[in-house]
Design a protein around this ligand. Sequence first.
Ligand SMILES: [Zn+2]
Ligand SMILES: [Zn+2]
Ligand SMILES: [Zn+2]
Ligand SMILES: [Zn+2]
Length: 393
Amino acid sequence: MTPAITITEIQGRGRSLISTRQLKSGEIILKDSPILLYSASSFVSKTPHFFCSNCFKSINSQSPSLVSCQSCSSSGLSTLFCSPECYATAKQCFHSPWACEALRRFVSPVLSCYPDNVEVHLQVRFLVAALCLGIVSPEGFRVLMSLQGDGKDSDEARFIYSVIKDVRVPVEGFVVSLEIVVALLDKDKLNAFGLMEPFEEGKERAVRAYGIYPNASFFNHDCLPNACRFEYVDKNSGGDNTDMVIRMIHDVPSGREICLSYFPVNFKFGDRQKRLLEDYGFKCECDRCRVEANWSDDEEDGDGGGDNEGMEEEEEEKEEEWNDDEQMVEDGMAEEEGTDQNNDFPHAYFFVKYMCNRNGCGGTLAPLPPRSLSDSSSDLMECNVCGNLTKDS
Ligand SMILES: [Zn+2]
Ligand SMILES: [Zn+2]
Ligand SMILES: [Zn+2]
Ligand SMILES: [Zn+2]
């Protein structure tokens, strides 16, 4: 952790990150390296994924230095590396002979039991990476096990356990039990961050890889976050290209909880609530959700999904409300810096100032980092999805 934030237990929110002093917009409050990374490609990907399975940078299919793992290819898996150096590094860690064999053992059971269930394919990739971490870095594995998540027994977990239980982990006393598999899968579900493919206009952005970031996983969610994450997988040239950089969106006083949004900020109320409940197991009661829950309290609750038409209409109404809000902001109704808690639309200001307006982007803007803490914040805003730089208006 940097001195700017500290872990504190907040009642009802669990372990949380709090500012230890006044934080400046654009300030980098955390740079976190992953303890493990795994590819987000399915086992039956029809189009090969051209990124390196070690450094996760894009690779050109024509590149002469491209190497593919022959053992994987002969089992029908595509595991590519950008260079012999990356392949050599991977062999010491996440693509060790042990990991390669464990992964290959899954190919035929996965293809016969879960051919189309990409989620299971990714769970398999994660589990192999997690056990590999246990082999190469007991300390890293201990950190992984200390993260949130205990899980519930499931058919998928039993399936993965049934295959992996016969693969001996070369660590004395390390026995893979169903309980460990279940707990690990839940830790992945609750804590993994997706490293995204670069933004391309008009194209849906896919996840390239997933990573466990031990410090960043302490950030709680807020639908109006005060910090956001940047990643530079293809941009950074050093070994730190998979690091996650968390920057402040705006100024925050000391003692405030620092939150990220776990998905694009422009998700609608119903979608956000559903996603947070299904994927993270909690009901969001942030300021924005409390306001939006009242927008149409007669319709939002208790809809079992049978009345889709009504739902859509309702969403349209909300859309209009958003637009009205934005208009009022532009007319000068929310001139004050920061959000007013008693305001009926605290998020309208946020949307105008901190949402990327590029078509289909949905990214969040944060100022470039100030050169020093005594410096004033930059007036150049960077989008954390498309990378656009715009002048702060
Ligand atoms: Zn590489
Ligand atoms: Zn291999
Ligand atoms: Zn919320
Ligand atoms: Zn953008």
